[in-house]
Design a protein around this ligand. Structure first.
Ligand code: ASP
Length: 309
């Protein structure tokens, strides 16, 4: 009898209190549930955790509800610059891209980097050239830049702030970075994270998302982690690897480790964000310091769950 699979995805952290009063709550739940079911079908037929986290993140990137792929937020120059990374827990192979424009699915470009194996992280023009070389799909600026995102940037600039996508400058803005973690039927773990970053960020800014050990980490001996929140804080606390270390060196399960990671983030840098994790036993976990973390999960082949708060 094969090992049971587990899958968890997230759509970002932030202030989501108003969701319950809006149709958006329903949209998020439908989107998360549909993506989990598509991931479940692939895990059931024996796909690898790495393939499934990539697949789920491409679906999240293709949904304008989230701050990744086509829904990415704008930087201070009104442009889209995306970060993405994924990691394979059985051999610690990883692939990442940073500051990339015009890539339809940055997570699939990160996968090409991982598969090629020569490098872990490619940025900016070099990543774009690699995308052309690999034949990865490109999309024009109009695919990414929407009226809503232009308005969101203008509001952040008027407020003189750099914000998380979900942050409540206006209640209508509650969209976020995406991620997936999985354990496949062979017991292998993988993690993936993709983002447009922070609203009104300086051009050239790279957050935690494409940095192995900060926004993403997977090791079969410990857990798979995908993070979301203010990237600078997650970089300074080497956040995802810290959660893995809590499993490895303190013997915690995924939930205890995720919570310990958030406690550390808050204690050290007053960090704002959240994380999802699956441990080697297939247990799903989430923790956050924000009021909301959009997420859904299937633990050990069981029911599909969705939670926004
Ligand atoms: N962590 C992302 C970044 O700082 C943003 C987010 O998670 O919403 O780029």
């Amino acid at each position: 009898m094969p090992n049971p699979y587990s899958l968890m995805i997230h759509g970002g952290a932030g202030a989501l209190e108003d969701l319950k009063y809006e149709a958006t709550e329903v949209e998020f739940k439908q989107s998360i549930t549909a993506i989990l079911e598509q991931g479940r079908a692939r895990l059931e037929r024996g796909d690898s955790a790495l393939d499934v986290v990539e697949y789920c993140v491409t679906l999240l990137e293709d949904d304008k509800l989230y701050n990744a792929g086509c829904g990415s937020v704008l930087n201070a120059d009104g442009k889209v610059e995306m970060d993405a990374a994924l990691m394979n827990g059985s051999d610690l192979r990883a692939g990442a891209v940073a500051c990339v424009p015009n890539i339809k699915n940055p997570i699939s470009l990160a996968r090409r980097v991982l598969d090629r194996g020569e490098h872990v992280l490619l940025a900016s023009d070099g990543a774009l050239e690699f995308a052309k070389f690999c034949g990865v799909e490109l999309s024009p600026d109009e695919y990414f830049i929407t009226e809503a995102r232009i308005k969101q940037l203008a509001e952040a600039q008027v407020a003189g702030r750099m914000t998380l996508d979900h942050e409540r400058i206006k209640p209508s803005q509650k969209l976020g970075t995406v991620g997936a973690v999985a354990r496949d039927i062979r017991g292998n773990l993988a993690a993936a994270t993709s983002t447009g970053g922070l609203v009104n960020k300086r051009w050239g800014r790279i957050g935690d998302t494409p940095i192995v050990g900060a926004g993403v980490f997977a090791d079969n001996d410990t857990c798979a982690v995908s993070a979301t929140g203010y990237g600078e804080q997650f970089l300074r606390t080497v956040f995802a690897k810290t959660i893995s270390d809590f499993v490895q060196f303190r013997g915690m399960d995924a939930q205890a480790a995720a919570q310990a990671g958030i406690d550390y983030l808050v204690a050290k840098v007053n960090g704002e964000g959240g994380a999802i994790a699956i441990d080697a036993a297939g247990r799903c976990a989430a923790a956050q310091s924000t009021s909301g973390l959009i997420r859904g999960w299937i633990e050990l082949g069981g029911e599909t769950h969705c939670q926004l708060g």
